[in-house]
Design a protein around this ligand. Sequence first.
Ligand code: NDP
Length: 265
Amino acid sequence: MSKLFTIFGNPVSHSISPLIHNFAMKKLNIDACYTRTLLKDSKEFKNVFLNSKFDGANITVPFKEVAFESCDTVKGIAKDIKAVNTIIKKDEKLIGYNTDALGFYEGIKSSEGIKSVLILGAGGTAKAISFILKDRGYNVTILNRSRARLEPFVKNGFNVYSWSDFKIKNFDLIVNTTSAGLNDNSLPLEKELLKKLFCGANFAIDVIYGRQTPFLKLATDNKLHSKDGLFMLLNQAVLAFEIFFDYRYNFEDIKESMKKAMSLL
Ligand code: NDP
């Protein structure tokens, strides 16, 4: 029987998930369709999902936390992050996962020489990345502009700093998870401090994708191995696709077709 999937978000019209999932389904000869659902009110999330014909969904900003709360069962690292971006419906029950986190990890796990990681920012993306990396044995430090958002990280035993109390040291990988550079030309940290951090590092990743942010430019100028967040977007989609179809399709085959879809943009 034909299967139906969607992405919930607000806004959601910009999402490329329908394109890449539909492309992969077609390539792999799967009888299924992936749509977009604009949700106005987070309170409607569970009812809309349960009263729909959707077999599964991805969830984007700002519904990942309410999606977590709405699940009957939550799997893996999503339990610690308390946010889910992928759900499947089984026997009218919702089962949730966080593939953002694993998607990031997939993209760095084979890079040698990464033991310590500095994460800039303390929002939802920082949480997903830092929890999975800590779980996989990396030494993770969080540095955020303000203190307010650091509380969940303190509770979970991370090294945390705000701009006012940060003391510089060496980290192998620096990750920008702030929105600095998304729609402007700002850096996520004062330039001279960032340069010093880059001097002691080998790798830099900006989770923003589709443009060379000032952060990535500075990292490249300082001869670091660097990349944007496209790999994370791609990997989270491949991992979600695996879950949607109960791991019947090969990771590399799904990835190949989704990459092809992205290249058509
Ligand atoms: P949040 O709104 O949850 O968090 C934003 C964080 O950025 C906060 O810690 C905030 O600090 C900090 N911040 C914002 N502006 C600045 C600035 N000018 N200088 C320094 N710090 C700043 O955002 P998300 O975690 O949801 O998203 C963050 C980024 O990740 C976005 O750019 C988004 O596009 C990208 N993203 C990429 C994905 C991918 O697959 N590649 C997936 C999901 C998101 P404070 O607490 O002080 O306000």
